[in-house]
Write a protein that binds this ligand. Structure first.
Ligand code: 3PG
Length: 306
């Protein structure tokens, strides 16, 4: 009997867990749940006899992979898989997958929600500004970027996008204006929303040079990873320009500097919560277990990332 472990420090919505449990039971798999664990030893113990592991942003480091002697597949219920040591998994022939697109709408809604909240001075009673007619730059036109564009169009924003991996025609088809470089995107748009993955090429790539190009009353929106921001550059731009704002669903490491110096010019959710909706959890959780089932039963590797 295959053993499936769902290990999430930040639990999936209970309905998502119930759905995974049901699918496991119908498929004849044993279901195990480890939620809100305080330290890695709990994960190392729980993974020991699992054939499949489902996680969210939980760190699946080489020691976790070593401990999972029977592991055949790891599925990150979500988009970003920078939390999984792909090399260590590949070395042991463990398949790693993500569930692309399943939680994108939640992230897109939060990005726009934070923009409205911030444009209205965090609902402090003072007159704010509107999004209508403002230029929004989408940095990477993947699943989330495309949905952010769609929601922003509902607000009548002028939407631009930069994505070296997307076809210009596909961007235009969505009513979005493609630009040729990240530099052009940042210098064109008062709002920029970041949707690039975190990898060796993109880490710290949103640097001072890019940020300083943004027009007056700039707002940079980050619902990607905090690692893609060059925090030295971010601190410098916040210091140099009092019209520069930064809002994110993940606080930067230099959060205290913001709290001490830049009141009213930033907003961070208390923990990463772009994908924190019941719908996103249910979609991602069900996709994860179905992908595992499909791999075990049919050898389907469609969403493999290693
Ligand atoms: C993702 O990569 O899918 C999002 O950042 C969501 O991460 P989470 O599952 O930890 O909320």
């Amino acid at each position: 009997m295959k053993k499936i472990l769902v290990a999430t420090v930040k639990p999936f919505h209970p309905n998502a867990v119930e759905s995974i449990r049901e699918i496991c039971s119908k498929a004849g798999y044993e279901f195990n749940l480890l939620e809100k664990y305080q330290d890695k030893s709990a994960l190392l113990e729980a993974v020991k006899d699992a054939n499949a592991l489902i996680v969210r942003s939980d760190k699946v480091t080489s020691d976790v992979i070593e401990a999972g002697k029977n592991l055949e597949i790891i599925v990150r219920g979500g988009a970003g898989y920078d939390n999984v040591d792909l090399q260590a998994a590949s070395k042991k022939n463990i398949v790693v997958m993500n569930t692309p697109g399943q939680n994108s709408n939640a992230v897109a809604e939060l990005a726009l929600g934070m923009m409205v909240y911030f444009a209205r001075n965090q609902f402090n009673g003072k007159a704010g500004t509107e999004l209508r007619g403002k230029k929004l730059g989408i940095h990477a036109f993947g699943n989330v970027g495309q949905l952010v564009a769609e929601v922003a169009q509902g607000f009548n924003m002028d939407v631009y996008a930069y994505d070296p991996f997307a076809k210009e025609a596909d961007i235009r088809e969505k009513g979005v204006i493609p630009v040729q470089s990240a530099e052009e995107l940042y210098q064109t748009c008062q709002y920029v929303s970041i949707h690039i993955p975190a990898n060796d090429k993109t880490k710290a790539s949103i640097n001072y040079d890019l940020m300083k190009r943004m027009p007056e009353n700039a707002t940079l929106v980050n619902t990607a990873r905090k690692e893609v921001i060059d925090e030295e550059g971010l601190q410098k731009i916040m210091k140099d320009r009092d019209d520069f704002n930064y809002i994110s669903d993940i606080a930067p490491d230099c959060k205290e500097v913001f709290e001490e110096n830049y009141e009213g010019r930033f907003f961070f959710t208390p923990k990463k919560m772009g994908a924190q909706t019941s719908e996103a959890n249910i979609n991602a959780g069900i996709a994860a277990i179905n992908q595992i089932k499909n791999y075990f039963e049919n050898g389907d590797r469609t969403f493999q990332v290693n």
